[in-house]
Design a protein around this ligand. Structure first.
Ligand SMILES: Cc1ncc(C[n+]2csc(CCOP(=O)(O)OP(=O)(O)O)c2C)c(N)n1
Ligand SMILES: [Mg+2]
Length: 365
């Protein structure tokens, strides 16, 4: 387990606290808005897991990519998708970040290289590996961070992606959010080996377990992993050990776990833990956390007001975007594959140790 050794200054600590509070207050409001019927469809809350998004995502650059799951409000907000656009998407409005067509599970923002939101368990993994493959083939030193849950270990696609990404030394950061449950199934009930970092390391990539309730530990581990990946060392895997306080989704009666277990995890709450540390170092005075929460609540209030009055997509546009509206013109970025990412004749890693790519572009079918 990586120990936190954060040398952050007080402003950087404040940003971390603020990021986590924004996610928490946004989602607490979403819960309420679901019960009043303003938000409909599926809703999966991240409450308890905020340190993961807040610790990993700021370690990326704007040109890096993020691929997420259906539990992605926190990832989107920390990545910088405006709260108004996320809330409008929750309301199914035209001004939402996916034009109101995706809802909670399908947040997307191309400008910020935020590639969703995906309802399929493990569905983001091949998207991430494909993005990383494109970066490697074009010689770009960019990282793709892919978030997914412990449940993805039960999917073949995780193992295929871990294998290929390691074999081709692709620049992927696998960020596994191990919250101990896949819907109502505890990890230990469905996996013979619950040490996910150990299992990931069997593919030959560096893999570490991290205390996902400690935002400093997450940040340190992410910084180290991103550096390895960006330097061309191939993928890294972080097993972020965390916990969701709320039910799997709004339809889940949450009968499969002991309330005492939830209480014990809440005692390690990532926001409270950071606030305590900041109080101890004098970075947070009495009443500061409450003031920050009030400020964030005002931002949430505005986002709700804007979303509530935003227009719906007209019904005649219902089938728009089912197919791409882009004309098939040649890709201006299409260039010959640089020598550095071409495979050697033997298919073995090149002597220089640079990244390799498969022999041809993936077939289109
Ligand atoms: C391929 C696939 N199989 C099953 C489901 C149904 N399903 C939705 S969420 C979920 C659990 C996933 O758990 P995990 O990956 O640990 O993520 P968490 O919800 O804990 O964040 C399952 C099985 C699905 N969406 N996709
Ligand atoms: Mg899980």
């Amino acid at each position: 387990m990586i120990e936190a050794k954060s040398g952050l200054n007080s402003e950087e600590r404040r940003v971390l606290l603020r990021d986590m509070v924004r996610v928490r207050r946004f989602e607490d409001r979403c819960f309420e808005l679901y019960t009043t019927g303003d938000i409909r469809g599926f809703l999966h809350l991240y409450v308890g897991e905020e340190a993961v998004a807040a610790g990993v995502i700021p370690m990326l650059r704007p040109e890096d990519a993020v691929v997420s799951t259906y539990r992605e409000h926190g990832h989107a907000l920390v990545r910088g998708v405006p709260m108004d656009a996320v809330m409008a998407e929750m309301f199914g409005r035209r001004t939402g970040c996916s034009g109101g067509r995706g809802g909670s599970m399908h947040l997307f923002d191309g400008e910020r290289r935020f590639y969703g939101g995906n309802a399929i368990v493990g569905g983001g993994l091949p998207v991430a590996v494909g993005l990383a493959l494109a970066d490697a083939m074009r010689g770009r030193r960019q990282v793709t961070a892919c978030f997914f849950g412990d449940g993805a270990f039960a999917e073949g696609v995780f193992h295929e992606c871990a294998n290929l990404a390691t074999l081709w030394r692709l620049p992927v950061l696998f960020a596994c959010e191990n919250n101990l449950y896949a819907m109502g199934t505890a990890l230990a009930r469905s996996h013979s080996n619950t040490d996910l970092a150990l299992r990931a390391s069997s593919y030959g990539m560096p893999a570490w377990p991290v205390d996902g309730m400690d935002v400093f530990a997450v940040r340190d581990a992410a910084a180290r992993a991103v550096e390895v990946v960006r330097a061309g060392g191939g993928p890294c895997f972080l097993e972020l050990r965390t916990y969701r306080y709320r039910a799997h989704s709004m339809y889940d009666p949450d009968l499969y776990r002991d309330k005492g277990e939830i209480k014990r995890w809440k005692e390690r709450d990532p926001i409270e833990a950071l606030a305590d540390r900041m109080r101890a170092t004098g970075d947070l005075a009495a009443g500061d956390l409450e003031a920050l929460e009030r400020e964030v609540d005002q931002e949430v209030d505005r986002a709700v007001a804007v979303a509530g009055s935003a227009p719906l997509e007209p019904v005649e546009n219902l089938t728009r975007f089912v197919h791409s509206e882009r004309r098939s013109t040649p890709d201006p970025e299409q260039r010959p594959v640089p020598e550095s990412v071409r495979p050697s004749e033997s298919g073995q890693p090149s002597e220089s140790g640079q990244r390799r790519a498969p022999e041809s572009e993936p077939a289109q079918s």
